[in-house]
Design a protein around this ligand. Structure first.
Ligand code: SF4
Ligand code: SF4
Length: 475
């Protein structure tokens, strides 16, 4: 009976679990190569983007801010409020459909290149681990060794650095929700003054430390919903990391090792398995566990170079191209996603163009639309009562001055609050009255007046005209 290769990856269970269902820690081997070089450029850019983004301010406003308590959202300079639900819907639905489109065309490119889980583990946590504990073989040896001073020291340094990085990530993460000004203020004060945020920081740091420091690929395999959805979103033409079975098989074995004519290009070195962060063997076909990190492509290319065979035994491909067909990006699925995406983006653009930073509406006071009063001079006058609703959707406080546009001195606008101040994101109700002599009221046919609103703020300078119609007694 053939003895099983100990490096063989089981097909019926997760590579990161042993036969008793316990966690089998994965120590992926370090790798160099074309894709690794690109990841070394792209990952730091993403990390810098994530850490710097909340500190960017435009017009004294945080460029990206998700202020949940005040239900104010700044997304790349655009301000949304809770009542902007249609726009928030367009943004969220656009992101989801966009990700579906990207997955249908380029497979799990998000997982391998941009997901914070991959980016931080590969380019920060794993690097610290290598720096402190050595390469994957040294780490494996250290973990198996009994605890002594050297092991204790290495583990303490590693986990202290992990804690420091987790705290930096958590504070940056919190800055997206509370704002950088508030964050700096909180840091300078006792936790007693900000218990809720202090607890959020502690819990988030603990989660990041646990996930990026230890749980790692288990999150992708067990918890990430996107990994589960990929099989629905992808089809035979979607790009992914594939092993070219036609070219590679039959792989070299003990039985055929002396007969090159019976061998494909795969020399069965298991290098592709040893570098895989989820511990799978890509030669078993596309699997849910594959996060398309491309490490196995670089590993196999290195081997192919050494054995003088063309690179690309493992490569970016699709099931279709591996079968010898052309890759077709114009498929019903991709067309449908693209059409929905265009509809959502158009909806968002129209909503943004129609969005007013400060809006006004005037309604008549229903309690007493008008009344007739006696003046000191013994005359009678008609007074109409109106209410103005001001909604300030601009990022700063605004001041609104208003007056009658018509120069006719017979009409008089009386406003207890003029100018009216409206805070950013707030709604304001102001009352005003329009007074006219009863004689004048009866002698005129045109009782429509124009009110001019002049609104000023840090980023606002708007003139708005609104019409009102006066009511009064029949002659
Ligand atoms: S199979 Fe290859 S691409 Fe997929 S996760 Fe493993 S190393 Fe990365
Ligand atoms: S690295 Fe390449 S040659 Fe080696 S086992 Fe994997 S596919 Fe085969």
């Amino acid at each position: 009976m053939n003895k099983k290769d100990p490096r063989e990856v089981p097909l019926d269970s997760l590579a990161s679990l042993d036969e008793y269902g316990d966690r089998k820690y994965i120590y992926p081997a370090e790798i160099k190569g074309f894709f690794k070089n690109w990841r070394n450029i792209i990952h730091p850019l993403f990390i810098a983007f994530f850490l710097i983004l909340p500190w960017i301010k435009v017009n004294d406003q945080q460029w990206v801010l998700l202020n949940l308590p005040e239900r104010k959202f700044n997304i790349f300079g655009l301000s949304f409020w809770a009542h902007d639900t249609p726009m928030i819907f367009f943004v969220i639905a656009g992101l989801l459909v966009g990700l579906s489109f990207v997955t249908a065309v380029w497979g799990r490119v998000w997982c391998g290149w941009a997901c914070p889980q991959t980016v931080f583990i590969e380019s920060v946590f794993r690097r610290i681990e290598i720096l402190v504990e050595g390469n994957y073989l040294a780490r494996m040896k250290l973990d198996k060794a009994p605890m002594d001073f050297k092991k204790f020291l290495k583990k303490s340094i590693k986990w202290s650095l992990f804690l420091l990085i987790s705290l930096i990530i958590t504070h940056s993460f919190l800055a997206y929700f509370v704002g950088t000004d508030r964050l700096l203020d909180m840091i300078q004060h006792s936790p007693k003054e900000n218990w809720t945020n202090f607890l959020i920081i502690c819990i988030t740091t603990a989660i990041i430390l646990f996930d990026f420091g230890w749980f790692r690929e288990q999150f992708c395999l067990i918890m990430c919903p996107y990994g589960r959805f990929q099989s629905v979103l992808m089809d035979k033409s979607s790009l992914g990391v594939f092993y070219d079975k036609k070219r590679g098989e039959p792989r070299r074995t003990k039985e055929n090792k002396d007969n090159p004519s019976e061998q494909g290009d795969c020399i069965n070195c298991y290098k592709c398995v040893s570098v895989c962060p989820t511990g799978i063997d890509i030669r078993n076909g596309l699997q849910m566990e594959c996060i398309a990190c491309t490490a196995c492509i670089d590993a196999c290319d290195e081997i192919m170079e050494k054995v003088n065979k063309p690179k690309g035994l493992i490569r970016y491909a699709s099931e279709s191209t591996l079968e010898g067909n052309k890759s077709n990006h114009l498929r019903p699925r991709t067309i449908l996603y693209a059409v929905i995406l265009v509809i959502l983006l158009s909806g968002l653009t129209i909503s943004l163009l129609k969005k007013e930073s400060v809006s006004f509406s005037i309604i008549r006071a229903v309690e007493e639309p008008y009344k007739v009063t006696d003046t000191m001079e013994g005359k009678k006058e008609v007074i109409n009562h109106f209410k103005v609703h001001i909604q300030n959707q601009s990022p700063s406080q605004v001041s609104t001055e208003y007056h009658l546009k018509d120069e006719d001195s017979a009409y008089q606008l009386i406003a207890p609050m003029n100018p009216a101040i409206t805070e950013s994101g707030a709604k304001n109700w102001i009352h005003f009255f329009v007074k006219v002599d009863l004689d004048k009221f009866h002698s005129t046919t045109d009782r429509e007046l124009q009110i001019e609103f002049k609104t000023k703020g840090d980023s606002v300078d708007i003139d708005t005209l609104k019409s009102i119609t006066l009511l009064g007694p029949e002659r």
